[in-house]
Write a protein that binds this ligand. Structure first.
Ligand SMILES: *Cc1c(COP(=O)(O)O)cnc(C)c1O
Length: 392
């Protein structure tokens, strides 16, 4: 499998029109923080290009997976990296990673040979696949149990049928996934009971030292510690969703330069559909970022940006390549080349991914993952702050 195409444009950052600053020092601190909350080693979920932040940069920031595991020697070093596709695993291997790579989605039978070659730890649950995995010479694998997500794995109340297969083909781990750990209901407890029941059913055939895991970021936040031997946080590493509860910091800062400035007179409109009209004379700055870069049209007339450390409103419809800001309050201070921040921190203000998404009823997951569309990424390293927990 060949690596995915590189995302770094060749030219220098000072001529970039828009970009994503990815604070890898914050990722590292977040991983250490999640590890401390969980109390167990982590499977760091780096799927979907590290939730849009850059899988390889994140993995490098996390520590030693470029060397042989299981030396879990730094507080941020994960036990394994979590991916969703073999392409993601191939990209890690092509970059030289020898880390454990757990692929949590079901593989098709036609993918198993490739997974063996990539030394992936797959999630398996179909007896035919499990036997084939062993015939192909595959290594460690984890048994995936569906306790109510109804997406992947063996149903918790049908695992009896796996006894014969598991007796001769033992998994290294067994896991389930919560569907609503972020919601204030008792569904997580229900899923935990189903998971426990499945484990009890299989107790005689599973190895005594099997690695049990279930927790995503929201489950860690809700419980305040991990259940089982490992935890699988994703979004928490990137500083979103349950940021305040977990004490994690923002990681992503979306920047775009001002590429035009104009005066718009009373009653004149801005952008497609003329959805915004000026009241009085307004000064409008155009920034080089739009929905083609993952800055969603939902932010039309609703979003905010930070410019020279001040919040300014998005006006008119967000177009594919450009977004307009009303910078009247900044008077003459706005010039071509100035840098606006549409997500993240500028000076004392922070437009957190969570707040930005929540304001428009969007998923912060989709917001972050969508930012990998076109903008180049730059890694930055912020210094630790004493109020790291106030990241939201
Ligand atoms: C994506 C994923 C996770 C991580 O979930 P977050 O909500 O991002 O913490 C954990 N486990 C599985 C199986 C996943 O698919």
């Amino acid at each position: 499998m060949t690596p995915s195409s590189a995302i770094y444009p060749p030219h220098a950052a000072d001529s970039w029109r828009a970009w994503l600053d990815v604070d890898v020092a914050a990722v590292r601190r977040n991983a250490a923080r999640l590890r401390a909350v969980a109390g167990v080693p982590l499977v760091a979920m780096v799927k979907a290009d590290g939730y849009g932040t850059g899988m390889l940069e994140v993995v490098r920031a996390l520590g030693t997976p470029w060397q042989e595991l299981p030396a879990v020697d730094a507080p941020s070093t994960p036990w394994a990296l979590g991916v969703a596709t073999l392409q993601e695993a191939a990209d890690l291997r092509a970059a030289g990673s020898t880390a454990r790579v757990l692929c949590t989605t079901p593989l098709m039978a036609s993918e198993l040979a490739e997974a063996v070659a990539l030394q992936v730890t797959p999630a398996l649950h179909r007896p035919d696949d499990i036997r084939r995995w062993h015939t192909l010479g595959g290594g460690a694998w984890h048994l995936s149990i569906d306790t109510g997500m109804a997406r992947a794995g063996a149903r918790w109340d049908t695992v009896d049928a796996l006894q014969d297969t598991l007796r001769t083909h033992a998994p290294e781990g067994v896991f389930t996934h919560f569907h609503s750990a972020d919601l204030p209901n008792d569904s997580r407890e229900t899923q935990e009971q189903r998971f426990d029941a499945a484990l009890a059913t299989l107790a005689a055939v599973l190895p005594a030292d099997i690695l049990v895991h279930s927790d995503n970021s929201a489950a860690l936040a809700a419980r305040g510690r991990a259940r089982g031997h490992l935890a699988r946080p994703g979004i928490g590493l990137y500083g979103a969703v349950v940021a305040a509860a977990l004490g994690v910091e923002p990681v992503v800062h979306l920047r775009a330069r001002v590429i035009d400035v104009r005066e718009v007179r009373h009653g004149e409109s801005v952008s497609y559909g003329a959805t915004w009209q000026a009241t009085g004379t307004r000064r409008i700055a155009t920034v080089a970022l739009g929905h083609g870069d993952g800055y969603r049209q939902a932010f039309s007339n609703r979003g905010q940006a930070l410019l020279h450390g001040h919040p300014v409103p998005v006006v008119g419809t967000v177009s594919m390549d450009m977004t307009m800001l009303d910078v009247t309050d900044l008077q003459d201070r706005v010039a071509i080349g100035d840098v606006a921040t549409l997500v993240g921190r500028d000076g004392a203000h922070c437009l957190s991914a969570d707040a930005v998404a929540a304001d428009r009823g969007l998923s912060p997951y989709e917001l972050l993952v969508g930012l990998r569309l076109r903008v180049p990424r730059r890694t930055v390293e912020s210094a630790a702050t004493t109020d790291a927990g106030a990241g939201a």
